[in-house]
Design a protein around this ligand. Structure first.
Ligand SMILES: C[S@@+](CC[C@H](N)C(=O)[O-])C[C@H]1O[C@@H](n2cnc3c(N)ncnc32)[C@H](O)[C@@H]1O
Length: 269
């Protein structure tokens, strides 16, 4: 295994891995649920935490961007929930094809733009009232400060950023191991996790895809990246429920031992 020498090669490797994984998502049970769901007007795939957060933000009349939108299920849900216009950015050509298909099924007008989140097209600068980043995005970014600056750059002055992410603490465990709750990795791990497993969200077998790189960003790095992107944190909540791959369900305990996800709201200064 060769660790990429620079961020650009890691980003390109991750694109190849996501593109190679996309056909495994197409037509699987989750896809079929989404296709059936979006066939009905007003469908939303968001859980209660996000539904409540979006209600508080009030989507009506807002221009919204989703960075790293994958198959667009949340982008289209935002439009279904009342956003005036929604743009989804992702660098995976193959997943954006799926997003456009779901958009057609929903009869919606979301726009999907293929772009590296670390170098978004300047034409979108300061065009949005709200930017959302959700479930498994920060870890793909070798340089979180750069990513945060790009996401913040999409916002108009006093626009809002809403993040609903996997908690970095979950990266300390190997839930498929004999002792799922044993700490295996440092919270402050510097080296990325390197894998060739297809990027699936459930427990089905994972065929091999091109090598990909997952970076651990402790919360202090997340906060610093947002501050340096001229964003002020307005709200932050941690939860003990898993929003990531089902393998992490093994870390959910009745005693709520671990923080597994968080919701963060920030505003552009
Ligand atoms: C786990 S998925 C996001 C899932 C989405 N929030 C959802 O719940 O449906 C992560 C996405 O980030 C995208 N991604 C990773 N690195 C990227 C980059 N540098 N630029 C743009 N998109 C990127 C991948 O292509 C993938 O679609």
């Amino acid at each position: 295994m060769v660790i990429p020498m620079n961020h650009a090669s890691a980003i390109a490797a991750n694109k190849a891995a996501w593109d190679a994984t996309a056909p495994l998502h197409y037509g699987n049970p989750m896809w079929l649920r989404l296709a059936a769901g979006f066939a009905a007007p007003g469908y939303s795939c968001f859980d209660n935490v996000m539904q409540d957060a979006l209600k508080r933000v009030c989507l009506a009349g807002k221009k919204v961007a989703q960075v790293c939108c994958n198959n667009g299920r949340e982008t289209i849900s935002l439009r279904n929930l009342g956003a005036e216009a929604v743009v989804g950015f992702d660098q995976s050509t193959a997943f954006l094809e799926q997003a456009r298909e779901l958009n057609a099924i929903a009869g919606q007008d979301c726009v999907f733009v293929e772009a590296d989140a670390n170098a978004l097209p300047p034409a979108y600068a300061e065009q949005f009232d709200l930017v959302i980043v959700t479930i498994g995005v920060f870890g793909w970014m070798p340089d979180l400060k750069r990513f945060a600056k790009q996401a913040a750059g999409l916002l108009r002055p006093s626009g809002q950023l809403l993040v609903y992410e996997e908690h970095p603490v979950v990266n300390m465990f190997e839930p498929r191991g004999l002792e799922p709750l044993k700490v295996v990795h440092s919270y402050f791990r510097n080296a990325p996790f390197v894998s060739c497993d297809a990027i699936l969200y459930d427990d089905t077998p994972r065929p091999q895809v091109p090598e990909h790189y997952w970076y651990v960003h402790p919360l202090s790095a997340v906060f610093t990246a947002l501050f340096e992107a001229d964003l002020s944190i307005r709200a932050f909540r941690e939860f003990s429920h898993n929003i990531s791959s089902t393998e992490f369900d093994l870390l959910e305990t009745t005693e709520s031992l671990l923080p597994m996800s968080y919701l963060l709201q920030a505003a552009k200064n």
